[in-house]
Design a protein around this ligand. Structure first.
Ligand code: FAD
Ligand code: SF4
Length: 333
């Protein structure tokens, strides 16, 4: 691992002004915040990330979960994934979030990983993690060997000819379905970003992954008030039962009255270049009778336009079945 300076900023303003000296907040940033370190330190050991300065934000006052005046929840950026998943209000009103977090990684990693860090975890694409290989995300313009190489676990939605990397987060899929909001404090002041606008599609610039600018510190995430009488399910399909990333996952928030679906929020994981909300799938369900035909139609809509590569065509039907089963389970709950 290359040498770097480890800094504990005294306060938030110092953390932000120090990080603002970086030329970018994206791949290649020379100043990085440190949450749990389960992504950053991993990538520094592989020389994929080589920051000159690492700013430990764990002593900043960003570790509370509080009620918001409108009945929602405010979640500090350094809250550990396990604390969030086991919080009584999350388990009661936002159970899809609790389920998603608890199906990710391992207990030890969840005890370290922070909410802010989870939102910025990097793709598990093997070429990205190997500096001997070309990769447009790591080194813009060098090429994407995954498109003609090993792509079984990679994305089928939101892809471009320059990158097909999957966003690996489970938590973010649930946050997307819950319509969370990200709060950032930067050199120019605070900003509020709807969860669905935070991650970028790869397009021609796969090295740009989020809307963050140098110095931007995620301070907290807010959740709107829980959807009354909603049924919530996170279903994750993967190669083994634990300690594995999703091949396909579905987060579902449904309300059903008199046998009809009155509210549907649907997001997919493991198949998209970002946590993938599907308004088409939501429209396909809303107002319909909650039955197999509606669930299947919804799943067809969600996967419409998928662009598989040589090894990952199986994900289309896998994701359809994942979503159908999640809807069936939610409706029966
Ligand atoms: C073996 C293994 C298995 C895993 N399996 C899964 C899985 O199944 N599902 C899943 O979803 N995840 C999985 N993960 C990923 C894990 O969830 C992430 O590594 C973790 O959530 C990252 O959080 P962190 O706090 O450790 O991030 P860090 O490594 O501390 O930071 C990650 C990035 O976020 C930036 N950052 C951190 N906090 C802030 C902030 N407040 N503002 C701005 N930038 C910030 C850092 O600078 C860095 O660039 C796995 C990880 C490992 C190592
Ligand atoms: S899919 Fe993206 S991350 Fe993977 S090699 Fe191609 S450019 Fe790099």
């Amino acid at each position: 691992m290359h040498s770097f300076e480890f800094v504990r900023p005294a306060d938030q303003a110092t953390a932000i002004s120090t990080a603002a000296q970086s030329k970018t907040a994206q791949q290649g940033a020379d100043v990085r915040f440190l949450g749990g370190g389960t992504t950053l330190i991993d990538l520094m050991k592989l020389n994929v990330e080589t920051p000159a300065r690492v700013l430990d934000i764990n002593r900043l006052p960003l570790n509370e979960i509080e009620d918001t005046p409108d009945g929602g929840l405010k979640i500090g950026a350094t809250i550990r994934n396990s604390s969030l998943a086991h919080h009584p209000k999350v388990q009661k009103g936002y159970s899809v979030l609790s389920q998603a977090i608890l199906q990710g990684a391992s207990a030890q990693i969840r005890n370290m990983a922070t909410v802010g860090g989870n939102m910025l975890q990097r793709t598990r694409c093997a070429y990205f993690r190997d500096t001997a290989m070309a990769c447009n995300k790591r080194e813009p313009g060098s090429g994407c060997p995954a498109i003609t190489g090993h792509n079984r676990t990679l994305a089928i939605i939101g892809v471009s000819e320059h990158c097909i990397a999957t966003n690996p987060s489970d938590m973010c899929v649930a946050m997307t379905a819950l319509e969370a909001t990200i709060h950032v404090q930067g050199p120019k002041g605070p900003r509020v970003i709807p969860f669905g606008d935070f991650h970028l599609l790869p397009g021609n610039t796969p090295h740009l992954e989020t809307v963050l600018e140098p110095g931007d510190l995620i301070t907290h995430v807010t959740l709107p008030p829980p959807v009354a009488r909603s049924r919530q399910v996170y279903l994750k399909l993967r190669d083994r039962a634990s300690y594995e990333f999703a091949l396909a996952s579905a987060a579902v928030v449904l309300t059903i009255a008199g046998g009809h679906i009155t509210h549907a929020r649907i997001a997919l994981g493991g198949i998209g270049t970002k946590p993938w909300r599907s308004p088409d799938a939501e429209r396909a369900l809303t107002g319909k009778t909650a039955n197999e035909a509606a669930f299947r139609q919804c799943a067809e809509s969600a996967l419409h336009g998928a662009r598989p590569q040589s090894e990952n065509g199986f994900k289309i039907e896998l994701a359809r079945r994942c979503l159908t089963h999640a809807l069936r389970t939610a409706a029966a709950s």
